[in-house]
Design a protein around this ligand. Structure first.
Ligand code: ZN
Length: 408
């Protein structure tokens, strides 16, 4: 097998043209599409290869990638394979096939859920159930597979194929999160941060630890602050008169607005992003926005970095390849578990699932520094702390004032 292939796996579908419409939003064409549905649809001309579920047991070879379609145990099915597609997981027979074939990925159609990666017979398996194409749940999953790419890093010693039906939901990703979300909406959350935690948090505005002089604008739910140790690009600074690298921070002590915020938090965040975009564009710059959405983040924040408009294509391309090179799967919807979300200018949003360990929190900064030719600022923001941070914040405030929607 040479190089890495990207395969787009999609749920059951009634219209394939929709799939190709959506897949073009990734900014690149997948090498093949694997459909969990039957071939009852027309394939658009000049499209990528599409493999359908045709109700038979078989293993196909796509550029060295072994893809098994299995409805029952049969001698044609020989492992190990890279990807297994089965119509269900309900029978012990199919789970036995999974154990025998030890796929890196096992896909089934149905409702969307993902299982924590697990080991079976010494190989890691990621099991994903996808919803119907076009439904409101996740129905597409991009698989990057190739030489030296280990797709799953199991965090649990439990083999899902052998787990009793009554215990399987314990291993489904997102389940505790859904429980927490429903508790929150019922006002029953017992996970409120303690006063002590908030006092020590330098992102809580009412905390003594907060860096008040960096605050640019304060909304009802979100506030705008300059970044400590901003990326300092001469071209950008010549345009703006300040570094322009800012943070959007929820006023409540939550790990992420995207995941934990209320709709009013999300709406105000979006308003800030739009206002900042207009501000940068007036100076020939484009925003790159990114956030690490992780449950363990103490107080969430979204970073916004302006780059010259001429650098947008390069930034998008390098961001995608940096993510793929680290073996992180890209998707067009928020994946289950922890993820990195990046938006480069008006390009489609990129989501990258984070590994369990060794998350490189400097990755987006490092990519942007490389694109801007500022490698020396990539590794450590602490070395980039401005001599006069308060002045930089004041200049940012003046710059933002005409775009500040809070004034109207
Ligand atoms: Zn806080």
């Amino acid at each position: 097998m040479t190089g890495t292939k990207s395969l787009l796996v999609v749920g059951r579908s009634s219209s394939l043209s929709e799939i190709f419409e959506h897949s073009s939003q990734f900014g690149f064409k997948p090498d093949a599409v694997l459909s969990l549905g039957a071939k009852d649809v027309e394939i658009p001309a000049e499209s990528v290869p599409v493999f359908f579920w045709d109700n038979t047991n078989k293993v196909i070879d796509f550029n060295g990638i072994k893809i098994a379609f299995a409805k029952s145990s049969s001698p044609e099915l020989e492992g190990p394979v890279d990807i297994l597609i089965s119509p269900t997981l309900a029978s012990a027979e199919i789970r036995g096939v999974g154990e025998k074939l030890t796929p890196w990925y096992h896909f089934v159609p149905g409702a969307y859920y993902e299982v924590e990666p697990f080991y079976s017979n010494g190989r890691g398996t990621r099991l994903v159930s996808l919803g119907p194409v076009g439904s409101s749940e996740k129905w597409a999953h991009l698989v990057q597979i190739g030489l030296n790419v280990t797709p799953a890093r199991p965090s649990t010693g439990v083999n899902f194929y052998n787990v009793k039906a009554s215990h399987r939901s314990d291993l489904v990703w997102g389940e505790p999160e859904l429980k927490r979300a429903s508790q929150r909406s019922n006002g029953q959350s017992n996970e409120k941060p303690s006063k002590k935690q908030k006092r020590a948090c330098y992102m809580c505005l009412d905390s003594p630890a907060a860096t008040q002089e960096l605050v640019v604008a304060t909304g009802s739910h979100v506030y705008l602050s300059t970044a400590r140790g901003p990326i300092q690009c001469e071209k950008v600074m010549a345009q703006l008169g300040c570094a322009g690298h800012v943070l959007l921070i929820p006023r409540t002590h939550i790990p992420s607005i995207a995941r934990n915020g209320r709709s009013e938090d999300q709406l105000e965040l979006r308003k800030f992003e739009i206002a900042l975009g207009s501000m940068y564009r007036q100076h020939g710059l484009e925003p790159v926005t990114y956030e690490f959405v992780r449950d363990r983040t103490v107080h969430g924040h979204t970073q916004v970095v302006p780059i010259p408009a001429s650098a947008v294509d390069q930034a998008l391309q390098q961001m995608q390849s940096a993510i793929v090179n680290r073996g992180m799967p890209l998707s067009r919807q928020p994946p289950a578990g922890d993820y990195l979300v990046v938006r480069v200018s008006a390009q489609p949003t990129i989501y990258a699932q984070l590994p369990f360990r060794d998350v490189d929190l400097q990755l987006p900064r490092a990519v942007l520094c490389k694109v801007l030719g500022l490698e020396d600022q990539a590794a450590d923001w602490k070395q980039c702390i401005l001599e006069n941070e308060a002045k930089d914040a004041q200049e940012t405030q003046q710059l933002f004032e005409p775009f500040n929607f809070l004034n109207t």
